[in-house]
Design a protein around this ligand. Structure first.
Ligand SMILES: [Zn+2]
Length: 226
């Protein structure tokens, strides 16, 4: 059999029934084409290498058809239906997210985070009752990400046009995180009080990896940005 190279093209299948993809431990592994395609797609997920992808794919094939269809539909529907809140840029299936719409939350406090994952981590602490603003990343000149690529102007508009008493910067203390914290802090200081959460977290530690108690303490121990 002629070995066939791993081809990611979604074009119609050439007339072959097996193809060779990633080899494990030096020995080539041959999958039938739809299985090879599934394994290849699973490998695009974070933290999933060739072996895990193979295990997941074989597991999926063992499940009942209904269950597999429900999984596939859930993936497609989430992708099609979930967008960003027009106010805070948190993930939302509605134009304005549940947190922004909640009448019992404190609208005078905005917690600024890099990513929606951080909102989820902070919500799990059940300590914070204000609103959020998701920047969509961190300033990183080396990666070509400047303030204009993030939702910083929208934040400035929110803070300058609404009655905001405090902005809490909850950004991890990496190099990019520090740059972003200082930039956003100086931008907002003319309008309101700006604090940053106290990191008992390891340097460069992501918010999402902090346990809930640590994160709640970090929020409680916030200080005014110098
Ligand atoms: Zn929102």
């Amino acid at each position: 059999m002629k070995p066939i190279k791993n081809n990611p093209s979604p074009l119609p299948d050439p007339p072959i029934t097996v193809w060779q993809t990633t080899s494990f431990g030096g020995s080539p592994t041959v999958y039938t084409r739809p299985l090879a395609r599934l394994i290849e797609q699973l490998q695009h997920l974070p933290g999933v290498g060739p072996k895990t992808a193979q295990r997941l794919a074989l597991h999926i094939l063992k499940r009942p058809e209904d269950e597999v269809k429900a999984l596939a539909m859930a993936i497609v529907e989430a992708k099609l239906q979930v967008g960003f809140c027009s106010v805070c840029f948190h993930l939302s299936a509605e134009p304005v997210c549940e947190i922004c719409r909640a009448p019992n939350r404190d609208s005078s406090t905005i917690c600024v985070v890099a990513d929606s994952r951080d909102v989820i981590a902070l919500e799990k602490t059940r300590e914070y009752r204000g609103k959020y603003h998701v920047l969509g990343g961190l300033i990183s000149p080396i990666d070509g990400i400047g303030p204009d690529q993030l939702h910083i102007h929208q934040l400035q508009r929110r803070v300058s046009q609404q009655k905001i008493e405090e902005v809490i910067l909850a950004i991890s203390p990496s190099v990019e995180g520090e740059t972003t914290t200082l930039y956003v802090g100086h931008l907002l200081k003319p309008f309101t009080r700006v604090t940053r959460i106290a990191f008992g977290l390891p340097m460069g530690g992501d918010l999402e990896y902090a346990d809930e108690v640590t994160l709640a303490r970090a929020l409680e121990g916030r200080r005014d940005l110098e």
